[in-house]
Design a binder for this molecule. Sequence first.
Ligand code: NAP
Length: 574
Amino acid sequence: MSEQSPASHDVVIVGAGFSGMYMLYSLRRLELRVVVLEMAEDVGGTWYWNRYPGARCDVESMEYSYSFDEDLQQEWEWTERYSAQPEILEYAAHVADRFDLRRDIRFGIRVTRAWWDEDSGGWVLETDTGEVFRGHYCIMALGCLSVPRRPDFPGLDFFRGPWYHTGLWPHEPVDFRGLDVGIIGTGSSAIQSIPQIAGEARHLTVFQRTPNFAVPAWNRPLDADEVRKIKKNYAAFREGARWSHSGYNCDDAVGPGLEVSDNLRKSEMERRWQIGGFTVLSTFDDVNTSMEVNKLFVDFAHDNIRSRVDDPETARLLSPTDHPFGTKRLCVDIDYFETYNRKNVTLIDISDDPISHITPTGLVTEGGRAFDVDTLVFATGFDAMTGPLLGIDIRGVEDVSLRDSWEAGPRTYLGLTMAGFPNMFTITGPQSPSVLTNMMSAIEQHVEWVTDCLVWLQRHDLDRIEATEDEQDAWVEHTIAVGDETLYPLANSWYVGANIPGKPRVFTPYVGGFDSYRRICDRVAGDGYRTFDVGRVEPRPRGKGGASGGTRTPTSGWKADFESAASTSSATEA
Ligand code: NAP
């Protein structure tokens, strides 16, 4: 592969969202030469791109923030229970300023190819600007939902009006006043933006293929007293999140759903619904494992929709029946269902009559129904979790491509590393808890694990680490087995890649629990990374199937760890 005098660093980090920013901060203390390559023009990752009306985090503000610096968490003031996108982006900018992060970040540069160069022992990264970077280590901090996906409807080029994707929203305000707007999709992004667009547009037509479950956010301004209380004991509060099942503090389950008394069952479901957000998913131990218990939540949610939507037929269409509760990413809503009571909002069910093509003035379904709109909004989601990594042509040892290695689905060890791709780490990668947790907790855990790993290598005068095929196979098998114990794989969700035609159907996040996962990672580190091939980079002939010359002593300590850890039930997500 061609290469033009690459800029050399100890570590190249790709991505300057919350993962890349903390990774940079964290590696600075090792006095390594680090550069971050970021395709956006500023920090913030998902919050830089997702500027659609109503964009808001569905994890509470006091949890969805960095915990690594006491002064930072004490000084920053969140204004609402769930923060809106502009405030989160402001926070990201504040962190970048406070720790002077931007001086090591190159903005507006996209990595297109990355390959392992055995001879020099490092990664070479090619970018769309033509610049080439070399890093002894490469850390992919790409995010899980950073490749927006728009269906390939024919005719879009001829559409006369403007169109938008929620995940690539313009920086300048979009004015929907006086316009007939069509929105495609009813996932989290749509559920947040529909009430906002409806409040502005002349008319909003929602094209729904599959309805989604949503629990109320009950968003509100943060109360000064509750903030003071949390900040007084912020360290303990964060520790609670760190060792929780989902990466944030929430009430424990009251027991298995069918074993508690009728009274407790009903009152607890009602109480959790009134709290709002993801706490609903951990009401009982078995919401995600027992179909019978899950059905209680399906019925509860259907009743809730009926109570909020005036027209019974619209309420029926909005009520999901194709997947168990919470097995697609649960949405957290603000006035979503009530929006369908507005006179200027129409719900169009396209479950049996999909969109065929776009016309200059709107769209047509396969059954020939035509709809005229001035503007189209695609809230059609992302090529999640694997998409960001596979979007880069990554080549490991002996030029093996990641795309080929993952043809049948992702293969990682701990969601942090891949066999055949030495000295590469992924932050919140496939087969780690990531999207099933509070992402901030997941990010901090990964960044700290990678940092500790590099410190350990330095201390032992080593500079090469690679996952072994055996441990990777075992981890892949384990993640799938743990997923199969739950109801998650039953849904046609982006968790299994069902939203991308042709993508292998594999349940990709690790659902064994954030606390168990952390224990497993800690054990691997505590055991001196014996489950990895570790050694020194030396030009050498390589045999088939992975690294040679390392100091590997295989163990499967994490298995024992997992077995003794908490059960896989009540996984909640954020
Ligand atoms: P999504 O959940 O994947 O939803 C995409 C929607 O587009 C679905 O309703 C899907 O229908 C529909 N769709 C896709 N292709 C279509 C087609 N060809 N014709 C008609 N409809 C089509 O995407 P998202 O709403 O952007 O959310 C993705 C994830 O981002 C969320 O699950 C969440 O993890 C994260 N997110 C978080 C927040 C937050 O923190 N508050 C906000 C937004 C997003 P089907 O269901 O039938 O496929």
